[in-house]
Design a protein around this ligand. Structure first.
Ligand SMILES: [Zn+2]
Length: 318
């Protein structure tokens, strides 16, 4: 296969060749099948790859998916590059974990039931070495009392996980389809992962089918393409992270009617807001301030303000 070629955006330094992409230009939405697609942002030329927005389900997706071999190569050989992206939350780990733990705790209504449960089963989809989810569960143990967790991490890298963590038993799997057929979970954490996978709706279907009643799913995804398109008009380029990011999913996608129709289970969105600031105020001061400013209007306009960089939701299965 071709080596990763150095050139223009999405991810700075990666340019795909015709042989690297698996399909011709997109004709219909991969999520809902709609033909109502509108170009949102060019990513590269030769071959021409762009992000396109579905006006029905409101997801934004890349016009060509990279071939499986290209993605594998990217994830295997570019760990240094990946570690610099938001795949991990770096020195914001503690902040991110507190924020997510607090919000999960708020939504765990049946705490009494959970406290009587011997073990709370947690699924972390795309959680790498479990750094973030282990930290979240440690914080949840403080809030809930010394409850026992079983943490199941599904990550392409099938990492060696830390053992001997008090109150947290860990297991790892490579893909969602490797999970035991009858396994069900009370909590799912899918932080910054759905934008990376080639078939996010199928993964979401699998996750939702495995969540117990009253169980909750936390999801965080980038919503950066509207901002990138706006800035491009004034000749400012920002990194879209293509081909690591294949999708852009904002509040209008999660809260939209089409997603509700597609999901074959009754659920309620119990939290929907712009995601936490993923920059360190001490080390990335300018980014932190700009990010805070761009997120502010969402507190007034909600999903009508698409220039906030990212979104997070909690679904509760009814
Ligand atoms: Zn669609």
């Amino acid at each position: 296969m071709n080596k990763i070629n150095v050139a223009d955006p999405g991810i700075k330094g990666i340019n795909l060749r015709t042989n690297d992409v698996s399909e011709a230009e997109i004709k219909s939405c991969r999520i809902c099948g709609s033909y109502k697609l509108e170009r949102a942002l060019e990513v590269q030329s030769n071959p021409n790859i762009y992000f396109t927005r579905c006006t029905d389900c409101r997801i934004t997706q890349c016009s060509c998916l990279p071939k499986k071999a290209f993605i594998e190569n990217l994830y295997n050989e570019k760990q240094n590059l990946l570690s610099k992206t938001e795949v991990n939350v770096g020195d914001r780990l503690g902040h991110a974990a507190s924020h997510i733990a607090k919000n999960l705790y708020r939504q765990l209504n049946n705490r009494d039931r959970l406290l009587n449960t011997k073990v709370i089963h947690v699924l972390d989809f795309g959680g790498g070495t479990g750094q973030l989810s282990i930290e979240i569960l440690k914080k949840l143990r403080k809030l809930l009392g010394n409850i026992q967790f079983e943490l199941n991490i599904c990550d392409y890298s099938k990492p060696e996980l830390k053992k001997n963590i008090i109150g947290i038993k860990t297991k790892s799997y490579r893909t969602l389809s490797d999970l035991p057929e009858l396994a069900t979970f009370d909590i799912c954490i899918a932080s910054s992962i759905l934008e990376h996978v080639t078939d996010p709706i199928n993964d979401l279907f699998i996750i939702i089918s495995k969540i117990n009643r009253d169980g909750i799913i936390y999801m965080r995804t980038p919503w950066i393409i509207p901002l990138a398109a706006l800035l491009k008009r004034i000749k400012i380029k920002i990194d879209t992270l293509y081909p690591i990011h294949l999708y852009d999913m904002g509040g209008d996608f999660y809260e939209g009617k089409v997603l509700r129709k597609l999901i074959n289970r009754n659920y309620k969105i119990v939290m929907s807001r712009t995601s936490f600031i993923n920059a360190s105020p001490s080390k990335q001061f300018i980014t932190y301030i700009l990010s805070a400013i761009l997120k502010m209007p969402t507190y007034i306009f909600g999903i009508k303000w698409p220039f906030c960089g990212g979104w997070e939701v909690i679904f509760k299965i009814l």
